[in-house]
Design a protein around this ligand. Structure first.
Ligand code: P6P
Length: 342
């Protein structure tokens, strides 16, 4: 809270960034306010899903082959509507849609492309566990009237902005426009996101690891040895580490950003259709990797930085190891030693 007890809103935060970083344009203020608007609407519905028949399944399956929950479809529709009418985006990719959506040219030439996971972790909705939305915003590279997939298939290193919303005990928007990572908590009494987590920094090393250990038999030798290493008793290095796994990437990554440690979804041999793990590059791993690096952490495929991966397809999956720099480097060392470089 500042001296007048009013708190710092998203709009004021962007204005303050403009004073420090002149390259930050006022356009981002409007973009982030549109993102905040979508987050407020979804937060309202998530918090009462059980009361308005938004729980349960639609009976449909999405491009991932996953059963679509009513709230998944609702969230996708909210994001699509808000982003389409913002005028800032020429093309959108969504976890829920097989193909990208090209937004028709408007009164101004849209300068950005956006990839979203409208409601991540949705399998947790019915059991009231935190879920989230993830967004990744690229500067447009196409020259024509309409956006093209090339605007989306850019390496995360080029992201203009990225962030997530976690719908939990409170609704928190965490974002970066390339000038550090900042968190804003929704004050539902005034419908405003107020800065609550200025300049988030990930500790260099953490003592928490977050992974679905049910996949242990399907991991490479390097990953199995790395996880076993963190569970060994060695008080001089603070091992064994604590295990925390929610099964909702946004919630697991939010904890990792704030507390340090490592979140992982390694490649596994469980499903031959998904040889590179479960998490998608464009709208899960790249935006989270952007935030990690902006917060002084790291995010790796196990072979190298996630942000350097050049996407080949919209729904491409990559192995994901993210969080404290020292923990991620250790994962890479075990993989290099026992699995060799790919
Ligand atoms: P598993 C949710 O479905 C999700 O995409 C991520 O939010 C989460 O990290 C992961 O899948 C959980 O997958 O296989 O551990 O249930």
């Amino acid at each position: 809270m500042d001296g007048r007890g009013l708190g710092v809103t998203l709009t004021r935060h962007i204005w303050e960034e403009q004073q420090i970083h002149p390259e930050a344009t006022g356009e981002f203020s409007d973009i982030l306010n549109q993102v905040a608007w979508a987050a407020k609407v979804i937060s309202r519905e998530v918090n009462k899903a059980g009361l308005v028949d938004l729980l349960g399944y639609t009976g449909e399956r999405n491009v991932q082959g996953e059963e679509v929950l009513k709230l998944d479809r609702y969230a996708n529709e909210v994001w699509m509507s808000v982003l389409r009418h913002s005028g800032h985006f020429c093309i959108l990719a969504s976890e829920e849609l097989a193909e990208p959506v090209v937004f028709p040219p408007k009164w101004r030439k849209a300068k950005y492309a956006i990839a979203i996971d409208p409601l991540d972790g949705s399998s947790n909705i019915d059991v009231n566990v935190s879920i989230g939305s993830i967004f990744a915003i690229h500067r447009r590279v196409s020259e024509g009237d309409e956006g093209t997939p090339d605007d989306l298939l850019q390496p995360g290193r080029r992201l203009a902005a990225a962030g997530y919303v976690v719908y939990g005990s409170s609704t928190i928007l965490v974002l970066s426009t390339g000038n550090g990572v900042h968190g804003f908590t929704l004050d539902p009494s005034v419908g405003e996101f107020l800065k609550s987590h200025p300049d988030i920094r990930i500790p260099a090393r953490g003592k928490t690891y977050s992974v679905n250990e049910g996949n242990f038999p399907y991991w490479s030798e390097g990953v199995r040895r790395f996880v076993a290493h963190m569970k060994e008793k060695d008080s001089s290095s603070g091992r064994p580490y604590g295990a925390r796994y929610i099964g909702s990437m946004v919630a697991d990554m939010h904890r990792t950003l704030l507390k340090g440690g490592i979140f992982m979804y390694p490649a596994d041999t469980k499903d031959p259709r998904k040889p590179h793990g479960k998490l998608r590059l464009l709208y899960e791993c790249a935006p989270m990797a952007f935030l990690c690096e902006q917060a002084g952490g790291a995010a790796s495929t196990g072979q190298g930085p996630v942000l350097d991966v050049v996407p080949e397809s919209l729904h491409q999956r990559v192995p994901f190891f993210a969080g404290s720099v020292e923990n991620v480097r250790e994962a890479e060392e075990f993989i290099a030693q026992y699995d060799g470089s790919a």
